[in-house]
Design a protein around this ligand. Structure first.
Ligand code: PAF
Length: 285
């Protein structure tokens, strides 16, 4: 049977770190672990060094009216899943460990403004600040050699890569491909909010994105003539599946700035509501 990871407190973390000189590969999570996290753990375990996972539902990255209270909390199950992917230790920080002076006394990290002007940025105005702040704090306490992040949250990945670069943080960012369920829906802790019927509707999101992710070339120019046509057709596909479109954008994958023309490389990204559940997905063209 797989070895259950050590469950660490902040004090234990210090001891665990100093017990070996082996580098630490770190996977920050908010728990509710699933096969998507499993992919990150596998990648982190591949290099034969120590793998540490953190589980912390970070209040700073949830806006008012978002699902902070509802977010899955299931430490026992998280330990089991982490064990089956070779994780050595799981650190579940308390809020005081990360924010000892509370929110009012906290120095926060702002994301690069140009990276949050589009996609999830406008709808979730404080989200990426919360993400940058918690990840900077986690990195300071863990001091890992590598941090593993999923491409599923593509905008988060670009924001955090830029933060590491701009602040000169001594950590290597390792990006891991999106893990998908059999029908294409990316694994997400929020998928547990969906009813059976909504789960079927939700599958229309990856399906539509995949269908429309054809590289523009002369052969298909008459099918998908330009950016507006592409986005309009895609929107009606999503709406036909009873998904409410929050945004649907075509941007440069690194600068996250809108593309005027249908050109490659491009990030075709969407956020939709399925009932009250917000889902995101993207494709690189
Ligand atoms: O992607 C997540 O689960 C979170 O945003 C992260 C990176 C763990 C920060 O809380």
């Amino acid at each position: 049977m797989a070895q259950i990871p050590l469950l660490l407190s902040l004090q234990d973390l210090e001891q665990w770190k100093s017990a070996s000189t082996e580098a630490i590969n770190f996977v920050p999570t908010m728990g509710g672990l699933h096969a998507g996290h499993g992919g990150l753990f596998n990648a982190a375990a591949q290099l034969g060094t120590r793998v540490l996972v953190s589980v912390f539902v970070n209040p700073l990255q949830f806006g008012r009216g978002e699902d902070f209270e509802r977010y899955p909390r299931q430490l026992e199950a998280d330990l089991q899943l982490a064990a089956s992917h070779g994780v050595h230790a799981l650190w579940a920080p308390q809020i005081n460990d990360l924010y000892p002076r509370g929110e009012a006394g906290l120095t926060q990290v702002l994301p690069a403004p140009e990276l949050v002007q589009h996609l999830c940025g406008p709808q979730r105005p404080t989200h990426f600040q919360g993400v940058c702040t918690v990840v900077a704090r986690l990195l300071a306490l863990v001091q890992p050699k590598r941090i593993y992040l999923g491409e599923k949250d593509w905008q988060q990945l670009q924001v955090l890569k830029r933060m590491v670069l701009d602040l000169g943080l001594p950590v290597q960012v390792m990006a891991c491909p999106t893990q998908r369920e059999a029908d294409g829906l990316p694994f997400s802790s929020r998928n547990t909010y969906l009813t059976g019927e909504q789960r079927q509707q939700a599958a229309a999101l990856p399906k539509a994105l995949a269908e429309f992710s054809i590289c523009p070339n002369p052969g298909i120019a008459d099918v998908v003539q330009n950016k507006e046509t592409l986005l309009l057709q895609l929107r009606s596909c999503l709406e036909a599946a009873a998904l409410q479109v929050e945004y649907l954008e075509l941007v440069n994958p690194l600068s996250l700035q809108p593309l005027q023309l249908l050109e490659t490389p491009a990030l075709l990204a969407a956020a939709v509501r399925c009932g009250s559940t917000r889902l995101i997905d993207h494709r690189i063209l």
